[in-house]
Design a protein around this ligand. Structure first.
Ligand code: S3P
Length: 163
């Protein structure tokens, strides 16, 4: 059984909605950031601060490779993961869903963004958002409007991803 892989910008609801999808389908849920934090025994913010973003991206790639070898998971990826070709290739046999939420709504959901190193500077985050939108769209098998409540978003994704 393919994995369902959720991608999209920070705060689009990948983890919250992913958990609901997994519960509804009786599948296992994995969040790549939590997986990395457990493996490394450090928070994502500590990895960025201690070793830099490039090192985080390598660790994230290893996580994507390991998870792609499993089956039937619902995977919430970190907001940068599916902007890298090597991670898109890792999940080539899986169903990738882009959860689209407008930047203004994301800003409202995230607030100060303390635990997210790439959201501390709002204007940089907005530029990053613009750069990444087409990357998510091209990485994904399907795009879903996720600017709605979490249960509706979960149902939309299940409808698309489970045939
Ligand atoms: C990142 C998003 C974060 C986390 C890291 C980098 C990004 O995950 O992986 O801070 O590059 O957008 P969330 O999308 O779960 O916040």
């Amino acid at each position: 059984m393919n994995n369902i892989v959720l991608c999209g910008f920070m705060g689009c609801g990948k983890s919250t909605v992913g958990r609901i999808i997994a519960a509804k389908l009786g599948r296992e849920f994995v969040d790549t950031d939590s997986y990395i934090e457990k493996e490394q025994n450090m928070t994502v913010a500590q990895i960025f601060e201690g070793y830099g973003e490039a090192r985080f991206r390598d660790i994230e790639h290893d996580a994507c490779l390991s998870l792609s070898k499993k089956e039937g998971l619902v995977i919430a990826t970190g907001g940068g993961a599916l902007t890298y070709e090597r991670n898109i290739s890792a999940f080539k046999d899986d169903t990738i869903i882009f959860m689209h939420v407008p930047f203004e709504e994301i800003e409202r959901r995230i607030g100060s963004g303390e635990s997210r190193p790439l959201f501390r500077d709002k204007s940089k985050a907005q530029k990053l958002y613009k750069t990444r939108l087409p990357l998510y769209e091209s990485a994904a098998d399907h795009s879903v409007d996720a600017a709605c409540d979490k249960n509706t978003a979960a149902d939309k994704i299940i409808e698309i991803a489970v045939k």
